[in-house]
Design a protein around this ligand. Structure first.
Ligand code: NAD
Length: 495
């Protein structure tokens, strides 16, 4: 069923996210027949553009960033005729009066009430003023029609996240609020649920009896690029762990939901956050590691250290690498360590979940038969490779009984020749259809902040004396190896 007629407003329509992700996603939904019959996209920004100029800029973005490549002239013509530009200042009442006029005019033209989606693709300091502004738009049946999408970062600590939640919930019903975490829209991440709950094979062994430890690693090879000013006030913990990594961890560790209903799934996700062991002073000391990249060489080119990057304080205490060990205190996961790490300027760009199973109970092969012995491991690669691999032991062909690990691989590219939709396509369609499963509820956001606040406070209050502590193009600081090595494991890296 196609969604109802829709007015899609993008605050920050002239920004980077709109050009790179949002408009290409809406365009691809249009190409694939998922956009409503009747829709308009209203881009808001302060620059003085007319519709024509705005559309040209967006077309440029599609040609550069769309997964479907350069836009088809005829299709773009029709699609772009539904895009208009509203020069506006988020702080002025007139902006919301202009939007009200547009919505009312469309109601009349379409002969039915539309859904209205306000996408806040702006810096977080504008979230409150725009939320209040759109709540003043005076139209019939607001509760059924209005939806508001909030980009990251959602708060910079527990208190600010609570404050933003309080404000949003005073203006809208929770069913109207979509807090986006684009990781949840990724195909491989969504597949975590299909994989676990649509197969009889894995669930019986998905627990402390069979799983030895879990790793979630999100590494980037780039530095902060031109985001230094923003990043220096944030850091790896807030930018990656608080949101994306904890959400992925929830999908790995959650109990089976009763159904695929949005609240059932979100209840199970928040249960995980609540069960994670709290970080006291000792846990921060022993179970967390932070790092900051130094200058170095990447592919024959010299690159700047973090403290030399534009917009970064030359004495910055901000971490560009974080590694943490979590325990989930419930029946399923008692004493199974979950190691997570993320960093910039690392040797490889890869987001990978590795589930390592316990060893066989009794070895029957002689040591020489199994020199490259590897316990069973399930590897879910989120990006750039999209695959699920099960590492098992097998006999190498030959006259001797020699074992070595082999992969049983499900590779998206090979299995599904058509390109997968981008995370933003999935999520924008969900907003249009009113499905909140892949969005974060207020309690989830707050539980994630609550969990990490002791680490945030500790790191902010104690200046790191050994920053920078890892070289560009490395696997992060040595102490990160030690964090996992002291338990007898090592970080998994994609071949
Ligand atoms: P940007 O700086 O490129 O764009 C900001 C937009 O805000 C511009 O369109 C600007 O015109 C508008 N704006 C600023 N002041 C305004 C005012 N007073 N009234 C009206 N509009 C105003 O930022 P971006 O990279 O597009 O990011 C937008 C949001 O999305 C941020 O919250 C960011 O954290 C988040 N985000 C961005 C990316 C990305 O890839 N760019 C990824 C994830 C999340």
């Amino acid at each position: 069923i196609k969604p109802k007629p829709t007015v899609f407003t993008i605050f920050g329509g002239t920004g980077d996210l709109a050009a790179r992700k949002l408009i290409p996603a809406l365009y691809n939904l249009y190409l694939d027949g998922y956009m409503p019959e009747k829709f308009i996209i209203v881009g808001l920004g302060r620059t003085d553009y007319d519709n024509q100029k705005f559309r040209e800029i967006l077309l440029d973005g599609i040609n550069k960033f769309s997964r479907s490549g350069k836009a088809d002239a005829a299709k773009w013509k029709v699609f772009s005729s539904c895009i208009q530009y509203l020069q506006s200042d988020a702080k002025k009442d007139k902006t919301y009066q202009d939007l009200e006029a547009i919505i009312k005019q469309k109601d009349q033209e379409w002969g039915e009430e539309s859904n209205i989606i306000h996408y806040l693709s702006v810096a977080p300091q504008f979230f409150p003023i725009i939320s209040k502004g759109v709540a003043t738009i005076n139209i019939e049946n607001q509760e059924q029609r209005n939806r508001i999408v909030i980009e990251k970062p959602f708060g910079h600590d527990l208190e600010s996240a609570k404050e933003l939640n309080r404000l949003l919930q005073s203006l809208f019903d929770e069913t109207q609020i979509y807090r986006i975490d684009h990781y949840l829209g990724k195909e491989t991440v969504q597949n975590m649920m299909a994989f676990r709950f649509a197969n009889a094979l894995f669930e019986p062994i998905w627990n402390r009896n069979y799983i030895e430890h879990v790793q979630i690693s999100v590494t980037e090879d780039i530095g902060v690029e031109d985001r230094g000013g923003y990043y220096d006030g944030s850091g790896a913990l807030k930018d990656m762990v608080q949101n994306h990594i904890l959400q992925v961890l929830c999908l790995v560790a959650m109990e089976p939901p009763v159904s695929f209903n949005a609240d059932e799934v979100r209840n199970r996700r928040v249960d995980v956050l609540r069960a994670i062991r709290k970080f006291g002073h000792e846990e921060v000391k022993h179970n967390t590691v932070r790092g900051q990249y130094a200058s170095g060489w990447v592919a024959g080119e010299e690159v700047l250290g973090y403290r030399e990057e534009k917009g970064v304080d030359p004495n910055s205490n901000t971490e560009t690498f974080a590694a943490l060990k979590f325990f989930i205190d419930n029946w399923r996961w008692q004493n199974v360590p979950f190691y997570v790490r993320t960093g910039k300027r690392m040797h490889q760009k890869a987001s990978v979940i590795s589930i390592q199973f316990k060893d066989v109970p009794h070895p029957i092969f002689p040591i020489e038969a199994s020199e490259s012995w590897q316990q069973n491991r399930l590897i879910i690669s989120i990006q750039p490779e999209m695959s699920i691999r099960l590492q098992v032991q097998a006999k190498r062909p030959g006259l001797d009984m020699i074992l070595n690990p082999v992969d049983m691989v499900f590779n998206y590219d090979g299995t599904y020749p058509a390109e997968s939709p981008e995370a933003y396509e999935t999520l924008l369609l969900d907003v249009m259809e009113g499905d909140q499963t892949l969005f974060m509820r207020a309690d989830q956001i707050e539980a994630a902040w609550e969990l990490l606040m002791p680490v945030v406070e500790n790191w902010e209050s104690r200046k790191s004396i050994n920053f920078p502590n890892y070289a560009a193009d490395s696997w992060g600081p040595e102490i990160a190896e030690a964090l996992i090595a002291k338990d007898g494991f090592h970080w998994f890296t994609m071949p």
